[in-house]
Design a protein around this ligand. Structure first.
Ligand SMILES: Nc1ncnc2c1ncn2[C@@H]1O[C@H](COP(=O)(O)OP(=O)(O)OP(=O)(O)O)[C@@H](O)[C@H]1O
Ligand SMILES: [Mg+2]
Length: 574
C-alpha cells in the first residue's frame, strides 16, 4: 500500500470544485450570490458558449480592497462569518469561503474590484495554482469576476459538458431563479455577444410577469401569510391554470432557491384536492424565517436545507396556501353588497330602458310554472345570488349584487358530492341507502370474489354488494348521495379500483381519485332541467362547500361577470 500523504492545495481545491462547480451554471450561481452578498443593485452577466468559454459577472456592490483580492481567492477565506454562532444564523448567500478558490482551481479567473473610496480598481489573475500579483486597473466601484475556459486543466470533467446551448439553458435557469427572488435588483444577460435578457428594477409582480409570463401572473393569487417568525409570500397559480409539466415551480427559503421535500410536500398537499392527478401547478413561493431555525450548511451547493421544526413549517405552508386556493364560495374575492328586492318581487335591479313585452311574458310564465321559486326578498343577497334561468341545460344563470353569476351545474354538483363523500369517509362511514329493488348485474367470478372479500371496505364507502349467483352481483344499498344515479356503473367503477389498487390503497392514497369517480357518476348530468328552487338550492350548497370554486378536475365551477364586465361588453358609458 502507498503511504498516506497530505494532498497538494490545488488538488484539494479541485476535489472541492467537483462538488460546487458542476457546470458553467454553478459558476454563475456562485458569482451571482457573491454579488448579492456585496449589496449590488445592478448585475451584468456575459456568457460565451453557454459559459464554457466565458462566465463574467459585473456588479456595483461594495467591492474589495487591494489586499483582499488574494484572500478572496484563497480557500476557507470569507468575510461573511467568523464563528460557529455566525454560521448558525447565517443571513448571507455564501459562508463557506470556498467558491472562488474552487472555481479558480479549474479555470482561468480574473478578479477586478474597486471599493467606493479607492482611487482606482485592482485586478488579479489566477490560473490553476498560479496566482499573479495585484495590478492597477480601470473600473467603477464594484466587482467583475471573469471565468474563462472552465475545466481547461481537468479534461475528464470537460467531457461531461453538453453543448453550449444546453449549458446556456442551465445558466438562464440559474439567473431566473435568482432574479425572481430579488426583483429590486436589475439584471442583464448577454450570450455570444447578444443581449438575451434585460430586467429593470421591478416590483415582485412585475418581475414574475417578466420571467414567467403574464399568463402566469394573471392566473395566480397573491399569497401573504404570517405566523410567529414564519412568513410565506409570493404567487400561487390557480388550480385551473395547472399545466402538464412541473416547469414553473419556484420555492425559496430566506431568499435562496431550494429543493426541499417538506416544502414541496406541503405545497402538493395544499393543491391536492383541487387538482387533477397529472396536472402540475405553477407557483413562486418564498418562505422567510429566523435563520437560526434553518440549517443551510447541508450540501456545498446549498440547495438543500434542514428545518429545525419541519412539522410546523409544513403545517404553516400547507394551511396558508390552502386558504388561498380553496376559499369557500362565501369567501370568494368578489365584493357583494346588497341586492334590493324590486317592487313586486320581480327582477331586482334590472334597469333596461326598453323591456320587451315578450320577455316579460316569458318571465311571468316561468314564474307561474315554478310557484315554489323563492323570490329574491332578502336584504342581503347570498354571495352566489339568486338563480334566474338555466341555459341549454348546462349552465345556471344567477344574479348577485356584483352582476351575473354563471355556474357549470355538473361541475358544481360534482364538487359538492365529492366533499360530502369525503366528509363521510373521514367520519368512518358514508351514509347508506337501501335500494327498493337491488340492482343486479353480470360479473366475472373474480369480481364476485372481490366484492365478497372487500365487503367491509365497500360498507365504509356506503355499498352493500352481495353475490346473487356465480356470475352475478346485486347491489342492495348504495351511498345515499348517489342512490339516484347509475348504480351499476358506479359499483363497477369502485370494484375496478379495488381490483387494481387494493382496499388499503383505495381508501388512503387513492381516496381522492375514488371519490372523484364516485362524484362524477352521481353528479347531475348536463341537460337535466332544474327548477329554480333546485338551482337556488345548488347555489346555497356551493356557498357552504369548501373549495366550491373548482370541481375536482380543477375546472372552475362558477364565474362572475360583473356589471362593469357587461358594460364593457356593450360599450356602455364609454
Ligand atoms: N462580487 C463580490 N463583491 C465583493 N466581494 C466579493 C465578491 N465576490 C467575492 N467577494 C469576497 O470574496 C470572498 C470569497 O468569496 P467566495 O465566494 O469564495 O466565498 P463566500 O462567498 O464567502 O462563501 P461560499 O464559498 O459559500 O460562496 C467573500 O467572502 C467576499 O468577501
Ligand atoms: Mg460565495
Amino acid at each position: 500500500m502507498t503511504a498516506i500523504r497530505v494532498l497538494p492545495e490545488l488538488l484539494i481545491s479541485q476535489i472541492a470544485a467537483g462538488e460546487v462547480v458542476e457546470r458553467p451554471a454553478s459558476v454563475l450561481k456562485e458569482l451571482l450570490e457573491n454579488s448579492l452578498d456585496a449589496g449590488a443593485r445592478a448585475i451584468q452577466v456575459t456568457l460565451d458558449e453557454g459559459g464554457l468559454r466565458r462566465v463574467q459577472v459585473e456588479d456595483d456592490g461594495a467591492g474589495l480592497e487591494r489586499d483582499e483580492l488574494a484572500l478572496a481567492l484563497a480557500r476557507h477565506a470569507t468575510s461573511k462569518i467568523a464563528s460557529l454562532d455566525d454560521l448558525q444564523g447565517v443571513a448571507t448567500m455564501g459562508f463557506r469561503g470556498e467558491a472562488l478558490a474552487s472555481i479558480a482551481s479549474v479555470s482561468r479567473l480574473t478578479l477586478t474590484s474597486r471599493t467606493n473610496d479607492a482611487g482606482h480598481a485592482w485586478t488579479v489573475r489566477a490560473e490553476g495554482s498560479q496566482q499573479g500579483a495585484a495590478e492597477p486597473a480601470a473600473r467603477a466601484a464594484g466587482t467583475t469576476v471573469l471565468v474563462e475556459d472552465l475545466y481547461f486543466n481537468t479534461p475528464a470533467r470537460r467531457k461531461f459538458m453538453r453543448t453550449g446551448q444546453t449549458e446556456f439553458g442551465h445558466c438562464e435557469e440559474v439567473l431566473r431563479r435568482i432574479a425572481l427572488a430579488r426583483p429590486e435588483i436589475a439584471f442583464s444577460l448577454k450570450h455570444n455577444g447578444r443581449v438575451s435578457l434585460h430586467l429593470a428594477k421591478h416590483s415582485g409582480a412585475e418581475r414574475a410577469a417578466a420571467l414567467l409570463g403574464t399568463e402566469f401572473t394573471a392566473a395566480s393569487s397573491p399569497v401573504e401569510a404570517r405566523a410567529g417568525s414564519l412568513r410565506l409570500h409570493g404567487l400561487a397559480g390557480t388550480p385551473q391554470s395547472a399545466r402538464p409539466r412541473a416547469d414553473a415551480q419556484y420555492l425559496y427559503v430566506n431568499g435562496r432557491f431550494v429543493r426541499d421535500r417538506t416544502l414541496s410536500h406541503a405545497v402538493r398537499e395544499a393543491y391536492r384536492d383541487t387538482l387533477h392527478g397529472e396536472r402540475q401547478p405553477a407557483y413562486l413561493l418564498a418562505l422567510e424565517l429566523d435563520p437560526r431555525a434553518v440549517d443551510v450548511n447541508v450540501h456545498p451547493a446549498k440547495t438543500e436545507v434542514r428545518f429545525r421544526d419541519s412539522g410546523s413549517v409544513h403545517q404553516f405552508v400547507m394551511h396558508a396556501l390552502k386558504r388561498v386556493l380553496s376559499p369557500t364560495a362565501a369567501e370568494a374575492p368578489v365584493s357583494y353588497v346588497r341586492v334590493a328586492a324590486a317592487p313586486g318581487g320581480g327582477q331586482p335591479g334590472l334597469q333596461l330602458a326598453q323591456p320587451a313585452a315578450a320577455y316579460q311574458r316569458f318571465m311571468a310564465a316561468a314564474a307561474r310554472a315554478d310557484n315554489a321559486a323563492p323570490l329574491p326578498q332578502a336584504e342581503n343577497a347570498p354571495p352566489l345570488g339568486y338563480a334566474l334561468a338555466q341555459l341549454h341545460g348546462v349552465y345556471i344563470l344567477a344574479q348577485n349584487e356584483a352582476g351575473l353569476v354563471l355556474v357549470d351545474m355538473h361541475a358544481a354538483h360534482e364538487r359538492i358530492v365529492y366533499e360530502r363523500l369525503k366528509t363521510g369517509i373521514d367520519a368512518g362511514r358514508v351514509e347508506q341507502q337501501q335500494l327498493l329493488v337491488p340492482a343486479a348485474f353480470r360479473a366475472e367470478a373474480l369480481e364476485v370474489a372481490l366484492a365478497e372479500e372487500n365487503s367491509e371496505t365497500l360498507g365504509r364507502l356506503g355499498f352493500e354488494v352481495a353475490a346473487a349467483g356465480p356470475n352475478e352481483l346485486a347491489v342492495r344499498a348504495a351511498p345515499a348521495l348517489l342512490a339516484g344515479g347509475d348504480i351499476v356503473g358506479l359499483t363497477r367503477g369502485v370494484l375496478k379500483d379495488l381490483r387494481e389498487y387494493g382496499a388499503t390503497e383505495v381508501l388512503k392514497a387513492r381516496q381522492n381519485e375514488l371519490l372523484a369517480t364516485m362524484a362524477c357518476h352521481a353528479a347531475v348530468r348536463a341537460n337535466r332541467a332544474l327548477t329554480v328552487t333546485e338551482m337556488n338550492a345548488l347555489l346555497r350548497e356551493m356557498e357552504a362547500t369548501e373549495r366550491a370554486g373548482s370541481c375536482n378536475h380543477g375546472r372552475p365551477t362558477w364565474y362572475q361577470l360583473t356589471m362593469a364586465d357587461l358594460d364593457k361588453l356593450f360599450l356602455r358609458g364609454q
